[in-house]
Ligand binder design. Structure first.
Ligand SMILES: NC(=O)c1ccc[n+]([C@@H]2O[C@H](COP(=O)([O-])OP(=O)(O)OC[C@H]3O[C@@H](n4cnc5c(N)ncnc54)[C@H](OP(=O)(O)O)[C@@H]3O)[C@@H](O)[C@H]2O)c1
Length: 109
């Protein structure tokens, strides 16, 4: 398995309990991991463990081909990603926020 190459880099937006655990798991398996959280201090522990801190959502999105959004709900996801739609083109966005099937279909569209 390749290590720390661009193919396997991942960005995690939202560092609540689940986003933090995911980012930690990616680091543990040697994926280059970029993190962003609205409250920046919540990234400190992960940065100490090897994650790269992005200062802006755009920087976070453009750092990786795979972008995982793990914020509280769909409204929060739109708040976070609303101004970074262009940066998302050509990347895989995985949204892990809880929501309804209809919200998932709308977001995919
Ligand atoms: N925890 C689990 O085991 C689990 C399991 C399954 C599914 N989920 C789902 O995964 C998602 C994340 O869960 P979680 O427990 O990790 O965290 P959470 O407590 O549901 O959400 C906290 C995260 O959302 C961010 N956030 C909330 N509103 C925001 C906004 N308007 N703009 C930007 N960021 C915003 C918070 O940023 P700040 O730090 O700045 O407040 C924080 O990063 C939820 O939808 C949850 O239902 C969680």
């Amino acid at each position: 398995m390749a290590h720390m190459d661009d193919q396997l880099s991942v960005t995690v937006l939202g560092l609540g309990p689940m986003g933090s655990a995911l980012a930690r798991a990616f680091l543990r398996h040697d994926h280059a991991t970029t993190v962003w959280n609205r409250t920046a201090a919540k990234a400190d522990a992960l940065v100490a463990e090897g994650a790269s801190r992005a200062d802006t959502v755009d920087d976070a999105v453009t750092a990786s081909k795979i972008v995982i959004s793990c914020v509280a709900d769909y409204d929060a996801m739109y708040d976070v990603l609303g101004s970074s739609v262009d940066a998302l083109r050509g990347r895989l966005l995985v949204n892990l926020s809880s929501g309804t099937p209809e919200q998932a279909r709308q977001a995919a569209a």
